[in-house]
Design a protein around this ligand. Sequence first.
Ligand code: DSN
Length: 413
Amino acid sequence: MSYLSKDDPELKNLISDEANRLDSTLNLIAAENHSPFSILEIMGSVLNTKTIEGYPGKRFHAGCTNVDCIESLAIDRGKSLFGAEYINVQPHSGTSANLAVYFSVLNIGDRILAMSLPSGGHLSHGHLASITSKCFDFTHYKLDPKTELIDYEQIRNFAHSVKPKMIVAGASSYPRLIDYKKISKIAKEVSALFLTDMAHLAGLVAAKLIPSPVPYCDFVTFTCYKTMMGGRGGIILSKKKYGKKIDSAVFPGCQGTSAVNLLAAKALIFKLAAEEKFISVQKMTLKNAKAMAQAFMKKGYHIVSKGTDNHQVLIDLSSKNISGKAAENCLEKVGIILNRNVVPNDADNPGKISGIRIGTGAVSARGMGELQMRQIVDLMDTTLSNRGEKRILSEIKEEVLKLCQSFPIKKSI
Ligand code: DSN
Protein backbone atom coordinates (compact mmCIF):
# COMPACT_ATOMS: atom_id res chain seq x y z
CA MET A 1 0.00 0.00 0.00
CA SER A 2 1.39 3.42 -0.89
CA TYR A 3 1.79 6.24 1.65
CA LEU A 4 -0.74 8.28 -0.28
CA SER A 5 -3.39 5.53 -0.25
CA LYS A 6 -3.18 5.61 3.53
CA ASP A 7 -3.04 9.41 4.00
CA ASP A 8 -5.52 10.45 1.35
CA PRO A 9 -7.34 7.74 -0.64
CA GLU A 10 -9.44 10.38 -2.41
CA LEU A 11 -6.36 12.08 -3.81
CA LYS A 12 -4.74 8.74 -4.58
CA ASN A 13 -7.80 7.84 -6.68
CA LEU A 14 -7.68 11.14 -8.52
CA ILE A 15 -4.03 10.53 -9.43
CA SER A 16 -4.87 6.99 -10.61
CA ASP A 17 -7.71 8.44 -12.70
CA GLU A 18 -5.27 10.88 -14.29
CA ALA A 19 -2.85 8.03 -15.08
CA ASN A 20 -5.76 6.12 -16.69
CA ARG A 21 -6.79 9.20 -18.65
CA LEU A 22 -3.25 9.56 -20.03
CA ASP A 23 -3.08 5.84 -20.87
CA SER A 24 -6.41 5.78 -22.68
CA THR A 25 -6.35 9.04 -24.67
CA LEU A 26 -4.21 10.49 -27.45
CA ASN A 27 -2.27 13.50 -26.21
CA LEU A 28 -1.87 16.01 -29.04
CA ILE A 29 -1.22 19.03 -26.83
CA ALA A 30 1.88 20.68 -28.29
CA ALA A 31 2.94 21.97 -24.86
CA GLU A 32 3.03 18.52 -23.23
CA ASN A 33 5.05 15.33 -23.44
CA HIS A 34 5.55 12.03 -21.65
CA SER A 35 8.70 12.40 -19.55
CA PRO A 36 11.00 9.44 -18.89
CA PHE A 37 10.05 7.62 -15.68
CA SER A 38 13.42 8.59 -14.18
CA ILE A 39 12.35 12.25 -14.46
CA LEU A 40 9.10 11.48 -12.61
CA GLU A 41 11.12 9.63 -9.96
CA ILE A 42 13.34 12.66 -9.40
CA MET A 43 10.39 15.06 -9.23
CA GLY A 44 8.82 13.11 -6.37
CA SER A 45 12.09 12.53 -4.53
CA VAL A 46 13.64 13.68 -1.25
CA LEU A 47 15.03 16.65 -3.18
CA ASN A 48 11.80 18.49 -2.36
CA THR A 49 13.03 19.13 1.19
CA LYS A 50 15.87 21.58 0.64
CA THR A 51 15.39 25.33 0.56
CA ILE A 52 17.99 27.01 -1.58
CA GLU A 53 18.52 30.72 -2.10
CA GLY A 54 21.45 31.93 -4.14
CA TYR A 55 23.75 29.90 -6.34
CA PRO A 56 26.23 27.00 -5.87
CA GLY A 57 28.89 28.02 -3.33
CA LYS A 58 26.94 31.21 -2.43
CA ARG A 59 23.83 30.08 -0.55
CA PHE A 60 21.81 31.64 2.25
CA HIS A 61 21.11 28.33 4.02
CA ALA A 62 23.43 25.61 5.31
CA GLY A 63 23.37 22.01 4.09
CA CYS A 64 23.73 22.73 0.38
CA THR A 65 26.70 20.47 -0.42
CA ASN A 66 24.69 17.96 -2.44
CA VAL A 67 22.32 20.42 -4.06
CA ASP A 68 25.29 22.58 -5.11
CA CYS A 69 26.64 19.53 -6.99
CA ILE A 70 23.21 18.90 -8.55
CA GLU A 71 22.81 22.50 -9.74
CA SER A 72 26.41 22.56 -11.05
CA LEU A 73 25.74 19.36 -12.98
CA ALA A 74 22.63 20.90 -14.58
CA ILE A 75 24.66 24.03 -15.42
CA ASP A 76 27.58 22.14 -17.00
CA ARG A 77 25.39 19.73 -18.97
CA GLY A 78 22.97 22.45 -20.16
CA LYS A 79 25.78 24.75 -21.37
CA SER A 80 27.44 21.91 -23.22
CA LEU A 81 24.20 20.56 -24.80
CA PHE A 82 23.15 23.94 -26.20
CA GLY A 83 26.65 25.40 -26.74
CA ALA A 84 25.75 28.37 -24.53
CA GLU A 85 28.19 30.75 -22.85
CA TYR A 86 25.99 31.09 -19.76
CA ILE A 87 22.99 29.32 -18.25
CA ASN A 88 20.62 29.86 -15.36
CA VAL A 89 18.73 26.67 -14.49
CA GLN A 90 16.51 28.06 -11.70
CA PRO A 91 13.42 29.59 -13.42
CA HIS A 92 10.19 27.93 -12.31
CA SER A 93 8.61 28.33 -15.75
CA GLY A 94 9.02 29.87 -19.20
CA THR A 95 7.19 33.02 -18.13
CA SER A 96 9.49 33.38 -15.08
CA ALA A 97 12.48 32.97 -17.40
CA ASN A 98 11.18 35.66 -19.77
CA LEU A 99 10.41 38.06 -16.89
CA ALA A 100 13.92 37.61 -15.53
CA VAL A 101 15.45 38.36 -18.93
CA TYR A 102 13.35 41.53 -19.34
CA PHE A 103 14.17 42.75 -15.82
CA SER A 104 17.89 41.88 -16.12
CA VAL A 105 18.64 44.46 -18.81
CA LEU A 106 15.56 46.67 -19.30
CA ASN A 107 13.95 49.46 -17.32
CA ILE A 108 10.22 49.77 -16.69
CA GLY A 109 8.58 51.35 -19.74
CA ASP A 110 11.27 50.29 -22.22
CA ARG A 111 10.11 49.31 -25.68
CA ILE A 112 10.04 45.68 -26.83
CA LEU A 113 9.12 44.32 -30.27
CA ALA A 114 7.57 40.82 -30.24
CA MET A 115 5.19 38.58 -32.19
CA SER A 116 1.45 39.10 -31.60
CA LEU A 117 -0.56 36.32 -29.93
CA PRO A 118 -2.82 35.52 -32.93
CA SER A 119 0.33 35.25 -35.05
CA GLY A 120 1.67 32.64 -32.66
CA GLY A 121 3.38 34.70 -29.92
CA HIS A 122 3.13 33.98 -26.19
CA LEU A 123 1.25 35.74 -23.38
CA SER A 124 4.56 36.70 -21.75
CA HIS A 125 5.57 38.50 -24.95
CA GLY A 126 3.48 41.51 -23.96
CA HIS A 127 -0.12 40.33 -24.18
CA LEU A 128 -2.59 42.71 -22.49
CA ALA A 129 -3.50 40.05 -19.92
CA SER A 130 0.14 39.60 -18.88
CA ILE A 131 2.08 41.70 -16.38
CA THR A 132 4.74 42.04 -19.10
CA SER A 133 2.47 44.50 -20.96
CA LYS A 134 2.04 46.59 -17.82
CA CYS A 135 5.80 46.87 -17.25
CA PHE A 136 7.07 47.34 -20.81
CA ASP A 137 5.87 49.09 -23.93
CA PHE A 138 5.30 46.32 -26.50
CA THR A 139 4.78 46.63 -30.23
CA HIS A 140 3.71 43.44 -32.00
CA TYR A 141 4.61 42.17 -35.44
CA LYS A 142 2.18 39.95 -37.34
CA LEU A 143 2.46 37.24 -39.98
CA ASP A 144 2.15 37.98 -43.67
CA PRO A 145 -1.63 37.42 -44.18
CA LYS A 146 -1.11 35.66 -47.51
CA THR A 147 1.71 33.25 -46.70
CA GLU A 148 1.02 33.06 -42.92
CA LEU A 149 4.80 33.24 -42.47
CA ILE A 150 6.88 35.75 -40.51
CA ASP A 151 7.25 38.96 -42.48
CA TYR A 152 10.87 39.96 -41.81
CA GLU A 153 10.48 43.27 -43.66
CA GLN A 154 7.66 44.18 -41.28
CA ILE A 155 9.94 43.41 -38.32
CA ARG A 156 12.65 45.61 -39.87
CA ASN A 157 10.21 48.48 -40.48
CA PHE A 158 8.81 48.30 -36.94
CA ALA A 159 12.32 48.05 -35.49
CA HIS A 160 13.45 51.20 -37.32
CA SER A 161 10.32 53.19 -36.42
CA VAL A 162 9.85 52.02 -32.80
CA LYS A 163 13.55 51.67 -31.88
CA PRO A 164 12.94 48.90 -29.31
CA LYS A 165 15.47 48.07 -26.61
CA MET A 166 14.74 44.38 -27.22
CA ILE A 167 13.38 42.23 -30.03
CA VAL A 168 11.71 38.94 -29.09
CA ALA A 169 11.47 35.96 -31.45
CA GLY A 170 9.84 32.65 -30.68
CA ALA A 171 6.24 31.51 -30.39
CA SER A 172 3.73 29.12 -28.88
CA SER A 173 1.95 28.37 -32.12
CA TYR A 174 4.11 28.99 -35.16
CA PRO A 175 4.70 25.79 -37.14
CA ARG A 176 7.63 27.06 -39.19
CA LEU A 177 11.33 27.70 -38.67
CA ILE A 178 12.43 31.18 -37.65
CA ASP A 179 15.36 32.91 -39.35
CA TYR A 180 17.25 33.93 -36.22
CA LYS A 181 20.18 35.27 -38.24
CA LYS A 182 17.89 37.70 -40.07
CA ILE A 183 16.26 38.98 -36.87
CA SER A 184 19.63 39.28 -35.16
CA LYS A 185 20.82 41.49 -38.04
CA ILE A 186 17.73 43.70 -37.63
CA ALA A 187 18.36 43.89 -33.87
CA LYS A 188 21.94 45.01 -34.52
CA GLU A 189 20.79 47.68 -37.01
CA VAL A 190 18.76 49.37 -34.25
CA SER A 191 21.06 48.43 -31.31
CA ALA A 192 18.37 46.25 -29.73
CA LEU A 193 19.01 43.18 -27.60
CA PHE A 194 17.73 39.89 -29.03
CA LEU A 195 15.79 37.29 -27.03
CA THR A 196 14.46 34.06 -28.50
CA ASP A 197 11.87 32.08 -26.54
CA MET A 198 12.31 28.53 -27.89
CA ALA A 199 9.99 26.93 -25.31
CA HIS A 200 8.30 24.69 -27.85
CA LEU A 201 11.39 23.82 -29.84
CA ALA A 202 14.03 23.03 -27.21
CA GLY A 203 13.99 19.24 -27.69
CA LEU A 204 14.29 19.56 -31.47
CA VAL A 205 17.14 22.07 -31.06
CA ALA A 206 18.87 19.87 -28.45
CA ALA A 207 18.72 16.96 -30.91
CA LYS A 208 20.24 19.26 -33.54
CA LEU A 209 17.39 18.62 -35.98
CA ILE A 210 16.41 22.26 -36.46
CA PRO A 211 18.57 25.41 -36.27
CA SER A 212 19.53 26.73 -32.86
CA PRO A 213 18.96 30.39 -31.98
CA VAL A 214 21.86 30.33 -29.47
CA PRO A 215 24.64 31.67 -31.77
CA TYR A 216 22.50 34.66 -32.80
CA CYS A 217 20.90 35.76 -29.54
CA ASP A 218 21.82 37.66 -26.40
CA PHE A 219 19.29 35.51 -24.53
CA VAL A 220 17.42 32.27 -25.20
CA THR A 221 14.71 30.94 -22.88
CA PHE A 222 12.84 27.65 -22.88
CA THR A 223 10.72 25.27 -20.84
CA CYS A 224 11.68 21.68 -20.12
CA TYR A 225 8.32 19.92 -20.40
CA LYS A 226 7.37 20.29 -24.06
CA THR A 227 9.55 18.70 -26.76
CA MET A 228 12.38 18.71 -24.16
CA MET A 229 10.59 15.92 -22.17
CA GLY A 230 12.31 16.89 -18.92
CA GLY A 231 9.64 17.74 -16.36
CA ARG A 232 8.60 21.20 -15.22
CA GLY A 233 10.57 24.44 -15.16
CA GLY A 234 12.37 26.96 -17.35
CA ILE A 235 15.90 27.80 -18.43
CA ILE A 236 17.77 30.94 -19.52
CA LEU A 237 20.79 30.75 -21.83
CA SER A 238 22.76 33.95 -22.45
CA LYS A 239 26.00 35.48 -23.54
CA LYS A 240 28.52 35.39 -20.68
CA LYS A 241 28.54 39.17 -20.23
CA TYR A 242 24.89 39.07 -19.03
CA GLY A 243 25.41 36.19 -16.59
CA LYS A 244 25.56 38.23 -13.36
CA LYS A 245 22.56 40.36 -14.33
CA ILE A 246 20.54 37.25 -15.23
CA ASP A 247 21.39 35.53 -11.96
CA SER A 248 20.34 38.57 -9.89
CA ALA A 249 17.16 38.99 -11.93
CA VAL A 250 16.16 35.35 -11.29
CA PHE A 251 17.09 35.36 -7.59
CA PRO A 252 16.31 37.56 -5.73
CA GLY A 253 14.76 39.65 -8.51
CA CYS A 254 11.86 37.52 -9.70
CA GLN A 255 11.94 34.33 -7.60
CA GLY A 256 12.72 33.07 -4.14
CA THR A 257 13.99 29.58 -3.45
CA SER A 258 14.29 27.35 -6.49
CA ALA A 259 13.02 23.75 -6.74
CA VAL A 260 15.93 21.33 -6.30
CA ASN A 261 13.95 18.38 -7.69
CA LEU A 262 13.49 20.33 -10.93
CA LEU A 263 17.16 21.29 -11.06
CA ALA A 264 17.99 17.57 -10.87
CA ALA A 265 15.38 16.71 -13.54
CA LYS A 266 17.00 19.35 -15.77
CA ALA A 267 20.44 17.81 -15.18
CA LEU A 268 19.07 14.39 -16.17
CA ILE A 269 17.27 15.48 -19.32
CA PHE A 270 20.38 17.38 -20.49
CA LYS A 271 22.27 14.06 -20.22
CA LEU A 272 19.57 11.97 -21.93
CA ALA A 273 19.11 14.54 -24.70
CA ALA A 274 22.56 13.78 -26.05
CA GLU A 275 21.66 10.09 -26.43
CA GLU A 276 20.32 8.28 -29.50
CA LYS A 277 16.93 7.35 -27.99
CA PHE A 278 16.04 10.99 -27.33
CA ILE A 279 17.19 12.01 -30.80
CA SER A 280 15.10 9.31 -32.46
CA VAL A 281 11.94 10.42 -30.58
CA GLN A 282 12.61 13.96 -31.82
CA LYS A 283 13.12 12.72 -35.40
CA MET A 284 9.81 10.86 -35.22
CA THR A 285 8.13 13.97 -33.78
CA LEU A 286 9.14 15.96 -36.87
CA LYS A 287 8.16 13.22 -39.34
CA ASN A 288 4.82 12.72 -37.61
CA ALA A 289 3.94 16.42 -37.73
CA LYS A 290 4.65 16.51 -41.47
CA ALA A 291 2.56 13.37 -42.01
CA MET A 292 -0.39 14.89 -40.14
CA ALA A 293 -0.17 18.21 -41.98
CA GLN A 294 -0.15 16.39 -45.33
CA ALA A 295 -3.07 14.15 -44.39
CA PHE A 296 -5.18 17.13 -43.21
CA MET A 297 -4.39 19.11 -46.37
CA LYS A 298 -5.44 16.14 -48.51
CA LYS A 299 -8.80 16.28 -46.76
CA GLY A 300 -9.15 19.99 -47.56
CA TYR A 301 -8.29 21.49 -44.18
CA HIS A 302 -6.65 24.94 -43.99
CA ILE A 303 -3.26 24.26 -42.42
CA VAL A 304 -1.71 27.56 -41.34
CA SER A 305 1.36 28.26 -43.55
CA LYS A 306 0.50 25.12 -45.58
CA GLY A 307 2.67 22.79 -43.54
CA THR A 308 5.10 22.46 -40.67
CA ASP A 309 8.82 22.39 -39.92
CA ASN A 310 8.45 21.52 -36.24
CA HIS A 311 6.21 19.47 -33.92
CA GLN A 312 3.11 21.61 -34.48
CA VAL A 313 0.26 21.63 -36.96
CA LEU A 314 -2.06 24.61 -36.71
CA ILE A 315 -5.49 24.18 -38.28
CA ASP A 316 -7.74 27.10 -39.16
CA LEU A 317 -11.32 25.79 -38.98
CA SER A 318 -13.01 29.00 -40.18
CA SER A 319 -14.24 27.33 -43.37
CA LYS A 320 -15.48 24.20 -41.53
CA ASN A 321 -18.33 25.85 -39.65
CA ILE A 322 -17.00 24.84 -36.23
CA SER A 323 -15.20 26.97 -33.62
CA GLY A 324 -11.90 25.94 -32.05
CA LYS A 325 -13.65 25.37 -28.72
CA ALA A 326 -16.39 23.18 -30.19
CA ALA A 327 -13.75 21.12 -32.03
CA GLU A 328 -11.67 20.76 -28.86
CA ASN A 329 -14.75 19.60 -26.87
CA CYS A 330 -15.96 17.19 -29.49
CA LEU A 331 -12.52 15.59 -29.94
CA GLU A 332 -12.08 15.25 -26.18
CA LYS A 333 -15.30 13.19 -26.07
CA VAL A 334 -13.64 10.54 -28.27
CA GLY A 335 -10.33 10.65 -26.38
CA ILE A 336 -8.34 12.97 -28.63
CA ILE A 337 -6.88 15.73 -26.46
CA LEU A 338 -5.68 19.03 -27.93
CA ASN A 339 -6.31 22.73 -27.47
CA ARG A 340 -8.25 25.39 -29.30
CA ASN A 341 -5.93 28.06 -30.63
CA VAL A 342 -6.07 31.52 -32.14
CA VAL A 343 -5.03 31.55 -35.79
CA PRO A 344 -3.74 34.46 -37.90
CA ASN A 345 -7.29 35.04 -39.29
CA ASP A 346 -8.50 35.80 -35.75
CA ALA A 347 -6.19 38.80 -35.44
CA ASP A 348 -8.90 41.38 -36.14
CA ASN A 349 -11.56 39.70 -33.99
CA PRO A 350 -10.56 39.82 -30.31
CA GLY A 351 -11.84 36.79 -28.44
CA LYS A 352 -12.41 34.72 -31.59
CA ILE A 353 -10.64 31.36 -31.58
CA SER A 354 -11.06 29.62 -34.90
CA GLY A 355 -8.34 27.03 -34.78
CA ILE A 356 -6.90 24.00 -33.08
CA ARG A 357 -3.22 23.26 -32.42
CA ILE A 358 -1.75 19.79 -32.69
CA GLY A 359 1.59 18.68 -31.32
CA THR A 360 3.20 15.33 -32.12
CA GLY A 361 5.67 15.12 -29.19
CA ALA A 362 3.66 12.91 -26.83
CA VAL A 363 2.34 10.44 -29.44
CA SER A 364 5.90 10.08 -30.81
CA ALA A 365 7.21 9.41 -27.29
CA ARG A 366 4.65 6.55 -27.16
CA GLY A 367 6.28 5.07 -30.28
CA MET A 368 3.61 5.98 -32.84
CA GLY A 369 4.68 6.67 -36.43
CA GLU A 370 3.35 8.09 -39.68
CA LEU A 371 0.84 5.28 -40.22
CA GLN A 372 -0.78 6.03 -36.87
CA MET A 373 -0.72 9.79 -37.67
CA ARG A 374 -2.78 9.18 -40.82
CA GLN A 375 -5.13 7.01 -38.79
CA ILE A 376 -5.51 9.78 -36.17
CA VAL A 377 -6.26 12.34 -38.91
CA ASP A 378 -9.00 10.02 -40.26
CA LEU A 379 -10.44 9.66 -36.76
CA MET A 380 -10.35 13.43 -36.18
CA ASP A 381 -11.94 14.19 -39.52
CA THR A 382 -14.73 11.66 -38.99
CA THR A 383 -15.34 13.06 -35.49
CA LEU A 384 -15.54 16.65 -36.68
CA SER A 385 -17.83 15.73 -39.57
CA ASN A 386 -20.19 13.64 -37.41
CA ARG A 387 -20.50 15.73 -34.27
CA GLY A 388 -24.10 14.81 -33.52
CA GLU A 389 -23.78 11.11 -34.37
CA LYS A 390 -23.51 9.31 -31.02
CA ARG A 391 -23.01 5.86 -32.55
CA ILE A 392 -20.16 6.99 -34.81
CA LEU A 393 -18.49 8.91 -31.96
CA SER A 394 -18.68 5.88 -29.71
CA GLU A 395 -17.04 3.70 -32.42
CA ILE A 396 -14.27 6.28 -32.79
CA LYS A 397 -13.71 6.31 -29.04
CA GLU A 398 -13.23 2.54 -29.20
CA GLU A 399 -10.68 2.91 -32.01
CA VAL A 400 -8.79 5.59 -30.08
CA LEU A 401 -8.66 3.28 -27.07
CA LYS A 402 -7.34 0.39 -29.17
CA LEU A 403 -4.64 2.62 -30.62
CA CYS A 404 -3.64 3.76 -27.13
CA GLN A 405 -3.51 0.17 -25.89
CA SER A 406 -1.23 -0.79 -28.80
CA PHE A 407 1.18 2.02 -27.85
CA PRO A 408 1.31 2.12 -24.04
CA ILE A 409 3.12 4.95 -22.34
CA LYS A 410 6.49 3.41 -21.70
CA LYS A 411 10.05 4.34 -20.91
CA SER A 412 10.60 5.97 -24.29
CA ILE A 413 14.10 7.35 -23.77
N1 DSN B 1 2.81 28.31 -23.61
C1 DSN B 1 1.68 27.47 -23.36
C2 DSN B 1 1.37 26.63 -24.59
O1 DSN B 1 2.07 26.71 -25.57
O2 DSN B 1 0.36 25.92 -24.57
C3 DSN B 1 1.92 26.57 -22.17
O3 DSN B 1 3.21 26.08 -22.06
